[in-house]
Design a protein around this ligand. Structure first.
Ligand code: FE2
Ligand code: FE2
Length: 258
């Protein structure tokens, strides 16, 4: 089945989800407090690291080799992981020690990634369309859609925050630069069609099986996880709305090094 997903239209459709009062307040609180900016960047770094590792999730070299720019995406996600944590550490050294970020167990990147991944896995299994390749493509797409909306919202909030101008500039410009690369990643959905059109001669039974399962997917298999990913990130941003309580929660996680 041909899948047609208009990324621009989907972004426009999902953007209003971030407009809840609690999410907007959360974004303002996040971007006004160095403690939260450091926490957010460290969480982003964790999520980006998982995004880079996910490239290996396909677990099928013949098809992985036919997905365009997979190596570029992996390298860029790895760079995002490093850039965000390096910026957090150099701008907000008070929240780091020799072992790294002081509240590692509180970081949101991994919990978020796993939640979206597992719910999507379940969904694909229920519909009889599960394969590691399908899971990779749809979860990556969902994650990229979320990233485009969230990073833009945070960069905008940081630009109008009361933080010192040099901090604002550094954080917002870094996010802008990452966003530019993320625009390319969202094109992952076009790889779906390219894979379906790939010549089948010479492919192993395993690869052919993956292509058959790929053919069962529809545009909805991309849209639904994207919506889930955005809804889930909105609920995370809403945590910042009650700033004092959230900060306490972060600082009292097991393994915290105050
Ligand atoms: Fe990234
Ligand atoms: Fe990305």
């Amino acid at each position: 089945m041909t899948v047609a997903v208009d990324e621009g239209a989907l972004l426009a459709e999902l953007a209003p989800l971030l407009e809840t009062e609690a999410c907007q307040l959360g974004l303002r609180n996040l971007s006004s407090d160095p403690f939260f900016v450091a926490f957010f960047l460290a969480s982003v770094s964790q999520g980006e690291g998982l995004g880079a590792a996910a490239v290996g999730m396909i677990g099928q070299d013949e098809l992985a080799a036919r997905i365009r720019n997979l190596d570029v995406q992996e390298r860029e996600e790895r760079e995002h992981e490093e850039r965000t944590i390096d910026a957090a550490r150099s701008l907000f050294p008070e929240w780091f020690d020799d072992a790294g970020y002081r509240y590692p167990e509180a970081l949101q990147g991994k919990a978020y990634y796993v939640e979206v991944l597992e719910r999507n896995r379940e969904r694909l299994k229920e519909g009889g369309r599960y394969s590691r390749l399908n899971l990779y493509l749809t979860t990556t797409f969902a994650y990229e859609i979320m990233v485009l909306l969230l990073y833009r919202a945070v960069a905008d909030a940081v630009r109008s925050s009361p933080l010192p101008p040099e901090v604002r500039e550094r954080v917002a410009c870094m996010i802008d630069a990452i966003l530019e690369e993320e625009q390319g990643h969202v094109g992952i959905v076009r790889q779906h069609q390219a894979l379906l059109e790939t010549p089948r001669e010479g492919l192993s039974d395993e690869a052919l099986g993956l292509l058959d399962t790929l053919a069962k997917m529809s545009a909805d298999d991309y849209r639904q996880p994207a919506e889930l990913a955005v809804r889930h990130v909105v609920s995370m941003m809403e945590c910042y709305a009650d700033a004092e309580r959230y900060r306490e929660r972060i600082q009292s996680t097991p393994g915290a090094r105050s």
